[in-house]
Ligand binder design. Structure first.
Ligand code: AMP
Ligand code: TRP
Length: 339
């Protein structure tokens, strides 16, 4: 049963909690579609069970699950070549999560900064699920023996915990069963910042809609948000170093780079010396050219929710074919009779 080497397999997940934005697109969706082109087996999950760690209105959750699925497909993910499904249709995730609840230590979980951020001052009122969230995330990944997980910078700590869980399980049972999964945090836009405050992450929960570009925004709205994005009075510099003290300018350059598929250095080599009054319209054109077709396609796909549901069900079936034997092996290693 011991596996010496694990063949490459990519897994990633996004919560269906509404307001898909440019950060999700550049930090996640766009890169998922690119990964698919490398030919590595890729599994993408709409993590509805993670979403309900905080209250979700049932109708809104249903809508957000389908809309996110449409967002994946509109961003270039092919549900035939990759596997695309929602988490609750594959019960092996929660079964594996229980195992990991028993592997992870309280001390490890208490160090998770996302819990502290999300629970805030009301940790006593937070759900037990919110606390256990990273163990379910480790299960999402390891129930497929995934070797690589593309995510944004904010998920790094959870990936380290996933590695710790895999190491402890392997060590405790004397096996080389779970891979030590690598986070893949790459590209110019692993941390897209708010358009209103270069010190804050672009986020679906920001009360100001002007702070983010939503994937459902139309062309005029996208252009307006970029025009009004906060900047400073200086023109663009020639070198990246000079952006260190200019977070808003750096963010717009990074966004341009990620949309254009260039490095930030290359963008500055071309744009250095130009004022924002020239750069912003170019950025707006680029953003509209890339995002408007995605939003149109999402709208089209959402006209036929039965088809979206069929795609998710088929994806779940394919996912289970991989997850079920890995869960069974896990149980067997642990001494569960009947596995
Ligand atoms: P979330 O919507 O928080 O579940 O995030 C879904 C995916 O998008 C994860 O891979 C995040 O790391 C990524 N992501 C979220 N916000 C940003 C951002 N502002 N910049 C880059 N990536 C992001
Ligand atoms: N925690 C991730 C986020 O908030 C979502 C997620 C759940 C995930 N399970 C995952 C990401 C597994 C990568 C792999 O963005």
């Amino acid at each position: 049963m011991a596996e010496a080497a694990h063949s490459p397999r990519v897994f990633s997940g996004i919560q269906p909690s509404g307001n898909l934005h440019l950060g999700n697109y550049l930090g996640a969706l766009k890169r998922f579609a690119e990964t698919q082109e490398t030919g590595v087996q890729s599994i993408y999950c709409v993590v509805d069970l993670h979403a309900v760690t905080v209250w979700q209105d049932p109708d809104a959750l249903r809508h957000a699950t389908r809309e996110l699925t449409a967002g994946f497909i509109a961003s270039g993910l092919d549900p035939e070549r990759s596997i695309l499904f929602n988490q609750s249709q594959v019960p092996e995730h929660t079964q594996m999560a229980w195992v990991f609840n028993c592997v992870a230590r309280m001390g490890w979980m208490k160090r998770m900064t996302q819990f502290k951020d999300k629970a805030g001052k009301h940790a006593e009122q937070a759900s037990l699920g919110l606390f256990a969230y990273p163990a379910l995330m480790a299960a999402d990944i390891l129930v497929y023996h995934a070797t690589h997980v593309p995510v944004g910078e904010d998920q790094k700590q959870h990936l380290e915990l996933t590695q710790e869980i895999a190491r402890k399980f392997n060590h405790d049972f004397g096996v080389e069963f779970f891979p030590i999964t690598e986070p893949v945090i790459e590209g110019a836009a692993t941390r897209v910042m708010s358009l209103r405050d270069g010190g804050k992450k672009m986020s679906k929960s920001d009360p100001s809609d002007m702070s983010r570009i939503n994937l459902t925004d139309d062309a005029d709205t996208i252009a307006k948000k970029i025009r009004k994005a906060k900047t400073d009075p200086e023109p663009l510099p020639e070198t990246l170093k000079e952006l260190d003290t200019r977070p808003e300018a750096r963010n717009l350059v990074n966004i341009y780079a990620a949309l254009a598929g260039q490095s930030a250095e290359a963008v500055l080599a071309e744009m250095g010396g130009r004022p924002f009054s020239e750069f912003k319209p170019l950025l707006a054109d680029l953003a509209v050219a890339q995002l408007a077709p995605i939003s149109t396609e999402m709208g089209r796909l959402m006209q036929d929710v039965a088809e979206i549901d069929r795609i998710l069900a088929r994806g779940a079936e394919r996912a289970r074919e991989i997850a079920a034997p890995i869960l069974r092996d896990t149980y067997r290693i642990m001494g569960m009779v009947g596995a």
